[in-house]
Design a protein around this ligand. Sequence first.
Ligand code: CP
Length: 312
Amino acid sequence: MSWNQKHLLDIESLSSDEILTVLDTARAFKAVGERAIKKVPALRGKTVVNLFVEPSTRTRISFELAEQRLSADIINFSADASSFKKGETLKDTALNLEALNADFIVIRHSASGAPHFLSRVLDARVINAGDGAHEHPTQALLDAFTIRERKGNIEGLNVTILGDILYSRVARSNIWALTKLGARVTLCGPSTLVPKTFEQMGCGVTYNVDEALQTADILLLLRIQHERQRKTMFPGISEYTQLYGLNKARLAKTKSEALIMHPGPINRGVEIDSEIADCERSLILEQVTNGLAVRMAVLFLLNGGKGPQELA
Ligand code: CP
Protein backbone atom coordinates (compact mmCIF):
# COMPACT_ATOMS: atom_id res chain seq x y z
CA MET A 1 0.00 0.00 0.00
CA SER A 2 1.33 3.44 -0.77
CA TRP A 3 -0.10 6.95 -0.73
CA ASN A 4 2.17 9.99 -0.62
CA GLN A 5 -0.05 12.82 -1.85
CA LYS A 6 -1.20 15.88 0.09
CA HIS A 7 -3.71 16.78 -2.66
CA LEU A 8 -5.48 14.91 -5.45
CA LEU A 9 -4.87 17.21 -8.41
CA ASP A 10 -4.51 14.78 -11.30
CA ILE A 11 -3.82 11.17 -12.23
CA GLU A 12 -0.68 12.05 -14.20
CA SER A 13 1.37 12.49 -11.02
CA LEU A 14 0.09 9.33 -9.25
CA SER A 15 2.06 6.09 -9.31
CA SER A 16 0.35 2.82 -10.24
CA ASP A 17 0.76 1.76 -6.57
CA GLU A 18 -1.07 4.89 -5.41
CA ILE A 19 -3.91 4.25 -7.87
CA LEU A 20 -4.19 0.66 -6.65
CA THR A 21 -4.19 1.88 -3.03
CA VAL A 22 -7.23 4.06 -3.81
CA LEU A 23 -8.98 1.14 -5.57
CA ASP A 24 -8.30 -1.30 -2.71
CA THR A 25 -9.43 1.25 -0.12
CA ALA A 26 -12.56 1.96 -2.15
CA ARG A 27 -13.34 -1.77 -2.18
CA ALA A 28 -13.29 -1.72 1.64
CA PHE A 29 -15.53 1.38 1.68
CA LYS A 30 -17.98 -0.30 -0.71
CA ALA A 31 -18.25 -3.13 1.84
CA VAL A 32 -18.84 -0.54 4.59
CA GLY A 33 -21.72 0.83 2.46
CA GLU A 34 -23.36 -2.58 2.58
CA ARG A 35 -23.44 -2.61 6.41
CA ALA A 36 -26.53 -1.53 8.39
CA ILE A 37 -24.53 1.44 9.75
CA LYS A 38 -22.85 3.05 6.78
CA LYS A 39 -21.14 5.90 8.60
CA VAL A 40 -17.56 5.90 9.91
CA PRO A 41 -15.90 8.62 12.04
CA ALA A 42 -12.80 9.06 9.83
CA LEU A 43 -13.38 12.79 9.12
CA ARG A 44 -15.11 13.73 12.37
CA GLY A 45 -14.15 17.34 13.27
CA LYS A 46 -12.91 18.07 9.73
CA THR A 47 -14.56 20.63 7.44
CA VAL A 48 -14.94 20.01 3.72
CA VAL A 49 -15.96 22.76 1.29
CA ASN A 50 -17.51 21.71 -2.01
CA LEU A 51 -16.51 24.60 -4.27
CA PHE A 52 -18.33 23.88 -7.52
CA VAL A 53 -17.99 26.79 -9.93
CA GLU A 54 -19.24 24.71 -12.89
CA PRO A 55 -22.40 22.55 -13.08
CA SER A 56 -22.32 18.97 -11.78
CA THR A 57 -24.81 16.31 -10.74
CA ARG A 58 -22.90 13.06 -10.11
CA THR A 59 -19.59 14.39 -8.79
CA ARG A 60 -21.07 17.03 -6.47
CA ILE A 61 -23.69 14.73 -4.97
CA SER A 62 -21.39 11.76 -4.50
CA PHE A 63 -18.69 13.93 -2.87
CA GLU A 64 -21.31 15.31 -0.48
CA LEU A 65 -22.60 11.85 0.38
CA ALA A 66 -19.04 10.55 0.81
CA GLU A 67 -18.30 13.41 3.23
CA GLN A 68 -21.50 12.67 5.19
CA ARG A 69 -20.60 8.97 5.41
CA LEU A 70 -17.17 9.96 6.76
CA SER A 71 -18.79 12.24 9.42
CA ALA A 72 -17.26 15.51 8.11
CA ASP A 73 -18.77 18.98 8.49
CA ILE A 74 -19.78 20.11 5.00
CA ILE A 75 -20.13 23.49 3.32
CA ASN A 76 -21.67 23.58 -0.14
CA PHE A 77 -20.48 26.72 -1.87
CA SER A 78 -22.89 28.10 -4.44
CA ALA A 79 -21.03 30.25 -6.98
CA ASP A 80 -24.20 31.99 -8.17
CA ALA A 81 -25.08 33.13 -4.65
CA SER A 82 -21.52 34.13 -3.74
CA SER A 83 -19.37 37.26 -3.87
CA PHE A 84 -17.87 35.93 -7.14
CA LYS A 85 -20.75 37.94 -8.54
CA LYS A 86 -19.23 41.08 -6.96
CA GLY A 87 -15.82 40.44 -8.48
CA GLU A 88 -14.10 38.49 -5.69
CA THR A 89 -11.30 36.32 -7.07
CA LEU A 90 -10.97 32.54 -6.72
CA LYS A 91 -7.87 33.03 -4.55
CA ASP A 92 -9.60 35.45 -2.16
CA THR A 93 -12.68 33.22 -2.02
CA ALA A 94 -10.53 30.20 -1.12
CA LEU A 95 -8.51 32.15 1.47
CA ASN A 96 -11.78 33.18 3.14
CA LEU A 97 -12.94 29.57 3.21
CA GLU A 98 -9.65 28.57 4.78
CA ALA A 99 -10.00 31.39 7.33
CA LEU A 100 -13.17 29.54 8.39
CA ASN A 101 -11.01 26.46 9.02
CA ALA A 102 -11.73 24.48 5.86
CA ASP A 103 -9.56 21.36 5.91
CA PHE A 104 -10.45 20.16 2.42
CA ILE A 105 -11.53 22.05 -0.71
CA VAL A 106 -13.20 19.99 -3.44
CA ILE A 107 -13.12 22.19 -6.51
CA ARG A 108 -14.72 22.00 -9.95
CA HIS A 109 -13.80 24.86 -12.25
CA SER A 110 -13.95 25.62 -15.97
CA ALA A 111 -10.30 26.75 -15.93
CA SER A 112 -7.65 24.05 -16.34
CA GLY A 113 -5.17 24.33 -13.47
CA ALA A 114 -7.55 25.98 -10.95
CA PRO A 115 -7.03 23.16 -8.35
CA HIS A 116 -3.23 23.30 -8.82
CA PHE A 117 -3.34 27.06 -8.26
CA LEU A 118 -5.33 26.64 -5.03
CA SER A 119 -2.94 23.96 -3.80
CA ARG A 120 -0.11 26.53 -4.03
CA VAL A 121 -1.91 29.25 -2.03
CA LEU A 122 -3.74 27.18 0.62
CA ASP A 123 -2.75 24.93 3.49
CA ALA A 124 -6.00 22.98 3.03
CA ARG A 125 -5.99 19.77 1.04
CA VAL A 126 -7.32 20.26 -2.49
CA ILE A 127 -9.25 17.71 -4.54
CA ASN A 128 -9.79 18.26 -8.25
CA ALA A 129 -13.44 17.49 -9.13
CA GLY A 130 -12.83 18.42 -12.78
CA ASP A 131 -10.82 21.35 -14.19
CA GLY A 132 -11.59 22.53 -17.71
CA ALA A 133 -10.40 20.03 -20.30
CA HIS A 134 -7.44 19.02 -18.12
CA GLU A 135 -8.30 16.21 -15.67
CA HIS A 136 -11.11 14.62 -13.66
CA PRO A 137 -9.15 12.27 -11.41
CA THR A 138 -11.95 10.82 -9.28
CA GLN A 139 -13.89 9.94 -12.46
CA ALA A 140 -10.93 7.94 -13.78
CA LEU A 141 -10.47 6.25 -10.40
CA LEU A 142 -14.12 5.20 -10.26
CA ASP A 143 -13.92 4.01 -13.88
CA ALA A 144 -10.84 1.92 -13.07
CA PHE A 145 -12.57 0.58 -9.94
CA THR A 146 -15.62 -0.43 -12.02
CA ILE A 147 -13.50 -2.14 -14.67
CA ARG A 148 -11.44 -4.02 -12.08
CA GLU A 149 -14.55 -5.12 -10.20
CA ARG A 150 -16.16 -6.46 -13.39
CA LYS A 151 -13.13 -7.85 -15.22
CA GLY A 152 -10.91 -8.83 -12.26
CA ASN A 153 -7.85 -7.10 -13.70
CA ILE A 154 -7.05 -4.10 -15.87
CA GLU A 155 -3.66 -5.19 -17.17
CA GLY A 156 -3.89 -6.44 -20.76
CA LEU A 157 -7.44 -5.20 -21.42
CA ASN A 158 -8.24 -3.29 -24.61
CA VAL A 159 -10.07 -0.09 -23.74
CA THR A 160 -11.52 2.05 -26.54
CA ILE A 161 -12.46 5.64 -25.73
CA LEU A 162 -14.84 6.92 -28.40
CA GLY A 163 -15.97 10.51 -28.84
CA ASP A 164 -14.79 14.03 -28.15
CA ILE A 165 -11.33 13.37 -26.72
CA LEU A 166 -9.84 16.81 -27.35
CA TYR A 167 -12.09 18.64 -24.89
CA SER A 168 -12.49 15.78 -22.40
CA ARG A 169 -10.88 15.85 -18.95
CA VAL A 170 -12.35 12.36 -18.40
CA ALA A 171 -10.41 11.05 -21.41
CA ARG A 172 -7.11 12.52 -20.20
CA SER A 173 -7.48 11.15 -16.66
CA ASN A 174 -8.56 7.75 -17.96
CA ILE A 175 -5.66 7.55 -20.41
CA TRP A 176 -3.21 8.17 -17.54
CA ALA A 177 -4.93 5.78 -15.13
CA LEU A 178 -5.56 2.89 -17.50
CA THR A 179 -2.14 2.96 -19.19
CA LYS A 180 -0.42 3.11 -15.76
CA LEU A 181 -2.43 -0.01 -14.82
CA GLY A 182 -1.36 -1.85 -17.99
CA ALA A 183 -4.40 -1.50 -20.29
CA ARG A 184 -4.05 -0.84 -24.02
CA VAL A 185 -6.02 2.35 -24.66
CA THR A 186 -7.24 3.28 -28.15
CA LEU A 187 -8.87 6.61 -28.94
CA CYS A 188 -11.41 7.02 -31.74
CA GLY A 189 -13.62 9.83 -33.03
CA PRO A 190 -13.60 12.59 -35.66
CA SER A 191 -10.01 13.55 -36.51
CA THR A 192 -10.70 17.15 -35.42
CA LEU A 193 -11.53 15.85 -31.92
CA VAL A 194 -8.87 13.12 -31.69
CA PRO A 195 -5.49 14.60 -32.65
CA LYS A 196 -2.63 12.17 -33.23
CA THR A 197 -0.65 14.05 -30.56
CA PHE A 198 -2.54 12.02 -27.92
CA GLU A 199 -0.28 9.09 -28.90
CA GLN A 200 2.42 10.84 -26.84
CA MET A 201 0.40 9.84 -23.73
CA GLY A 202 1.03 6.17 -24.51
CA CYS A 203 -2.24 5.29 -26.27
CA GLY A 204 -3.24 4.49 -29.86
CA VAL A 205 -5.37 6.65 -32.16
CA THR A 206 -7.59 5.31 -34.93
CA TYR A 207 -10.28 6.88 -37.09
CA ASN A 208 -11.69 3.46 -38.05
CA VAL A 209 -14.73 2.95 -35.77
CA ASP A 210 -15.22 -0.71 -36.72
CA GLU A 211 -11.61 -1.54 -35.79
CA ALA A 212 -11.90 0.39 -32.50
CA LEU A 213 -15.11 -1.46 -31.58
CA GLN A 214 -14.06 -4.98 -32.60
CA THR A 215 -11.00 -5.12 -30.35
CA ALA A 216 -12.51 -3.49 -27.25
CA ASP A 217 -13.05 -5.25 -23.92
CA ILE A 218 -14.29 -1.93 -22.54
CA LEU A 219 -15.98 0.73 -24.63
CA LEU A 220 -15.91 4.12 -22.91
CA LEU A 221 -18.17 6.61 -24.66
CA LEU A 222 -17.92 10.38 -24.28
CA ARG A 223 -20.40 13.10 -25.10
CA ILE A 224 -19.61 16.09 -27.31
CA GLN A 225 -18.40 18.85 -24.97
CA HIS A 226 -20.24 21.74 -26.64
CA GLU A 227 -19.53 24.02 -23.67
CA ARG A 228 -15.77 23.85 -24.31
CA GLN A 229 -15.67 23.83 -28.13
CA ARG A 230 -14.85 27.29 -29.41
CA LYS A 231 -15.97 26.48 -32.95
CA THR A 232 -17.84 23.67 -34.64
CA MET A 233 -15.43 20.76 -34.92
CA PHE A 234 -17.63 18.61 -37.23
CA PRO A 235 -20.54 19.27 -39.62
CA GLY A 236 -23.41 18.42 -37.26
CA ILE A 237 -24.80 16.23 -34.50
CA SER A 238 -26.77 13.96 -36.84
CA GLU A 239 -23.63 13.25 -38.87
CA TYR A 240 -21.71 12.53 -35.65
CA THR A 241 -24.42 10.09 -34.55
CA GLN A 242 -24.41 8.39 -37.95
CA LEU A 243 -20.62 7.99 -38.05
CA TYR A 244 -19.71 7.45 -34.37
CA GLY A 245 -22.86 6.84 -32.28
CA LEU A 246 -23.17 3.43 -30.59
CA ASN A 247 -26.24 1.80 -32.15
CA LYS A 248 -27.39 -1.82 -32.42
CA ALA A 249 -25.55 -2.43 -35.69
CA ARG A 250 -22.26 -1.22 -34.20
CA LEU A 251 -22.85 -3.06 -30.93
CA ALA A 252 -23.22 -6.28 -32.93
CA LYS A 253 -19.61 -5.87 -34.10
CA THR A 254 -18.22 -5.79 -30.55
CA LYS A 255 -17.10 -8.78 -28.46
CA SER A 256 -20.13 -10.27 -26.67
CA GLU A 257 -18.42 -9.72 -23.30
CA ALA A 258 -17.40 -6.11 -24.04
CA LEU A 259 -18.83 -3.68 -21.46
CA ILE A 260 -20.12 -0.16 -22.12
CA MET A 261 -19.21 2.80 -19.93
CA HIS A 262 -19.96 6.52 -19.97
CA PRO A 263 -19.11 9.13 -17.31
CA GLY A 264 -22.41 10.94 -17.80
CA PRO A 265 -24.28 13.05 -18.49
CA ILE A 266 -25.37 10.93 -21.48
CA ASN A 267 -27.01 12.40 -24.56
CA ARG A 268 -29.42 9.63 -25.51
CA GLY A 269 -29.68 9.19 -29.27
CA VAL A 270 -26.44 11.08 -29.94
CA GLU A 271 -23.34 9.16 -28.76
CA ILE A 272 -25.42 6.18 -27.55
CA ASP A 273 -28.80 4.71 -28.47
CA SER A 274 -31.23 4.93 -25.59
CA GLU A 275 -31.79 1.13 -25.49
CA ILE A 276 -28.04 0.47 -25.32
CA ALA A 277 -27.60 2.93 -22.44
CA ASP A 278 -30.06 0.81 -20.45
CA CYS A 279 -28.94 -2.67 -21.60
CA GLU A 280 -27.31 -5.22 -19.30
CA ARG A 281 -23.86 -4.60 -20.78
CA SER A 282 -24.05 -0.95 -19.75
CA LEU A 283 -22.22 -0.04 -16.51
CA ILE A 284 -23.30 3.61 -16.54
CA LEU A 285 -25.23 3.59 -13.24
CA GLU A 286 -22.77 1.14 -11.64
CA GLN A 287 -20.07 3.76 -12.28
CA VAL A 288 -22.14 6.30 -10.33
CA THR A 289 -22.62 3.86 -7.43
CA ASN A 290 -18.89 3.14 -7.30
CA GLY A 291 -18.10 6.87 -7.29
CA LEU A 292 -19.27 7.08 -3.69
CA ALA A 293 -16.80 4.46 -2.39
CA VAL A 294 -13.96 5.89 -4.47
CA ARG A 295 -14.53 9.44 -3.18
CA MET A 296 -14.70 8.15 0.40
CA ALA A 297 -11.38 6.40 -0.20
CA VAL A 298 -9.75 9.56 -1.60
CA LEU A 299 -10.89 11.72 1.34
CA PHE A 300 -9.82 9.02 3.81
CA LEU A 301 -6.32 8.65 2.33
CA LEU A 302 -5.78 12.43 2.05
CA ASN A 303 -6.73 12.67 5.73
CA GLY A 304 -3.86 10.35 6.64
CA GLY A 305 -5.69 7.01 6.42
CA LYS A 306 -3.22 4.21 5.75
CA GLY A 307 -5.36 1.90 3.62
CA PRO A 308 -8.15 -0.70 3.61
CA GLN A 309 -6.69 -2.61 6.58
CA GLU A 310 -7.92 0.22 8.86
CA LEU A 311 -11.54 -0.53 7.86
CA ALA A 312 -11.57 -4.26 8.55
N1 CP B 1 -19.23 12.51 -14.71
C1 CP B 1 -19.40 13.76 -14.21
O1 CP B 1 -18.45 14.48 -13.88
O2 CP B 1 -20.70 14.14 -14.09
P1 CP B 1 -21.17 15.52 -13.44
O3 CP B 1 -20.71 16.62 -14.38
O4 CP B 1 -22.66 15.44 -13.35
O5 CP B 1 -20.51 15.65 -12.11
